[in-house]
Design a protein around this ligand. Sequence first.
Ligand code: TXA
Ligand code: MG
Length: 358
Amino acid sequence: MRILPLSEENIRLAAEALRAGHLVAFPTETVYGLGADAFNVSALAKVFAAKGRPRFDPLIIHIARPRDLEQVADLSALDRESREKTRALGLGLWPGPLTLILPKRPEVPDLATSGLPSVAVRLPDHPAAQRLILLSTGAVAAPSANPFGYLSPTRAEHVRDQLGEAAAFILDGGRTRVGVESTVLDLCSGPPRILRPGGSSRERIEGIIGPVEFPAQGTAPSAAPGRPLSPGQLKGHYAPRTALSLHSREEIIDLADNPLEGFLFFDGPSRETWFQRAGQFREGQGLPGESRIRTLSEGGNMTEAAANLFDLLHRLDRLGLCRIRAEKVPETGLGAAVNDRLRRAAAGSNPEQAGPGA
Ligand code: TXA
Ligand code: MG
């Protein structure tokens, strides 16, 4: 696999590879995706194989222009209200980190949607991703470019380290801007429902279409008991290899330090309070190499915290620690997505601590 800097020539090369049925990893504003031509079944099969992803977990189809939505989704199968909400969200939040679940067109291979009657679609807010999609077939199926269940990639190096030789090319767009995956919003059945909190906050979505259903903390909405409605929203997702425990601010500032543990604080004040109480260890001490004490956003800015989340977890995960202790962040705005990923990381890294939900 070759890492290519972003240039028109390299994007063309990558688009040709997609058209020839190969996989290409590319940056979006959220995380890196592992792309395949959405209409090529054998390319889609390669995506599932490369990620070790179960076939019941459907893919998001990425488009480059709003008018391409109807190539994959059948808006006429929606009731009028849902159709209007779809249009309003497309106008208001696309391009952007919002994935819409809509009735599928028969042309979309069942493998992409895991046999569901619905399809997940989004228009990423990244010029290189848009160009790549446009120069290929206009519809690129792309899950996050990480092995199934592991931390999502926010840098080209994460993809290279995790997915070995799976992709023909990795387009290197540097660090992704948003840092958490798109919000998945179901518009197919009943009132709009968030299946996965992500880069478009509930508040922004509700500002456009009014109230949406939101999963209770730590749970995924269920279509039937024991079956998550968004098939990929499993409890143990987004997990580092190192065990991770999630703590409230009150808890984490009272924890004793341990040189074999990593700490991930929300903001500077929280870390400083802990330093004062825990005493002896200072940032960078205790272990050679990278610091095991990290902060999502010094000033408590949630956009910055979300952008740093996976990168800092990747770094902490490389240190060979016994445990990572992470602080829950305020639940508002992108905080819902950050806490969702942290809760799933905790559940995936030590199943005995898993809370309720799927
Ligand atoms: O930000 C993102 O969304 C990134 C970038 C690459 O675009 N992609 C991403 O894809 O996170 P992935 O495959 O890691 O997550 C897709 C999620 C899964 O939870 C999957 O179950 C859900 O979307 N999904 C896909 N199709 C669905 C459908 N028809 N109904 C319900 N959920 C669906
Ligand atoms: Mg993923």
